[in-house]
Design a protein around this ligand. Sequence first.
Ligand code: GRF
Length: 192
Amino acid sequence: MSGKTPIAILISGRGSNMSVLVEASRAADCPYEVVLVASNNPDAPGLTIAREAGIATFAHSHKGLSRDAFDAIIDKALRDAGVRYVALAGYMRILSEDFVAGWTGRMLNIHPSLLPKYKGLDTHARAIAAGDAEGGCSVHIVTATLDDGEVVGQARVPILPGDTPETLADRVLAEEHRLYPAALADYIRTHG
Ligand code: GRF
């Protein structure tokens, strides 16, 4: 028993934010420990990274299941693992109302835009097309409405002449990796 708050991270893909959360959790003064990494995509590269880091993983495809049925499977895995907070990190699923209600105030997400701008997909292309001078990322509380909950942390980067969605995404991702571990730790320290 570490005495730290048990969290799970939900991923669908490469898992770079998950990796930095796991790495940060190992610092003595970090308030959380990662007890589970779960995915709707059994082939998510991030699952391999988590296993190599010694973290328990759970994978179950959503294919062929209703949203409610699939979310109930994930919810059970989280509860069985004794999870208190859930961190979404590139989890490409719309969540059912029941699932969200079961984790009210205890589920956070990182989104690659300066919310409330650019909810949903293609955030970097939309920021460039709009002529914005800045892009960035936001950590927010998850509610039943996509990318809509209270923002608990943000980081900004300049949008430079000649930026493509890819170059901007790289610059924002570096900030995501700084912001998410710090914002999650602050949130858990504050809310217990
Ligand atoms: C990140 O840009 C995150 O903000 C968004 O999805 C991407 C996930 O990347 N929600 P990774 O799987 O953490 O590398």
